[in-house]
Design a protein around this ligand. Structure first.
Ligand SMILES: Cc1cc2nc3c(=O)[nH]c(=O)nc-3n(C[C@H](O)[C@H](O)[C@H](O)COP(=O)(O)OP(=O)(O)OC[C@H]3O[C@@H](n4cnc5c(N)ncnc54)[C@H](O)[C@@H]3O)c2cc1C
Length: 104
């Protein structure tokens, strides 16, 4: 940082709360658009898992709509587990709740 050309810039980290949405035929979300995690080394892994889940559903379900519904169930299951462990990790790293803007 001392060798840098500019000064220190504080950039806040954001996360989405765990939420759900009603299925809409023909559209879905994956990756950070669906589940923006606190910075705890899981975001990119979840994106890859979403892609694998969606691909698996597309080859096993009879219709695209059924595949998207099945994907959304799998995605939410993985997301809930990751969100729980991410919240625990962030609580250890930043014990003061005032430092965390995401729900724990
Ligand atoms: C500082 C930092 C460190 C991280 N470290 C880790 C880590 O160590 N391990 C880990 O697993 N995860 C980590 N993550 C999280 C990881 O980077 C994200 O979870 C992952 O990149 C999300 O992938 P994505 O494809 O969903 O979204 P993104 O990677 O954000 O891709 C979305 C793309 O869409 C583009 N885009 C946006 N709007 C439009 C538009 N209107 N039209 C066209 N294109 C558009 C954007 O430019 C972008 O290229 C880190 C994130 C940050 C910010």
């Amino acid at each position: 940082m001392r060798a840098g050309e500019g000064g220190f810039t504080h950039r806040p980290a954001h996360a989405l709360p765990t939420y759900t949405w009603d299925h809409v035929s023909g559209i879905t979300l994956l990756g950070d658009a669906a589940h923006l995690m606190p910075p705890s080394d899981v975001g990119a892994n979840l994106v890859l898992l979403d892609g694998a889940d969606l691909a698996q559903a597309l080859v096993t379900e009879d219709t695209i709509d059924e595949a998207v519904r099945a994907y959304e169930v799998m995605m939410r299951r993985h997301w809930a587990a990751a969100a729980h462990s991410a919240a625990q990790a962030m609580a250890r790293l930043l014990p003061d709740p005032a430092c965390r803007r995401w729900p724990s």
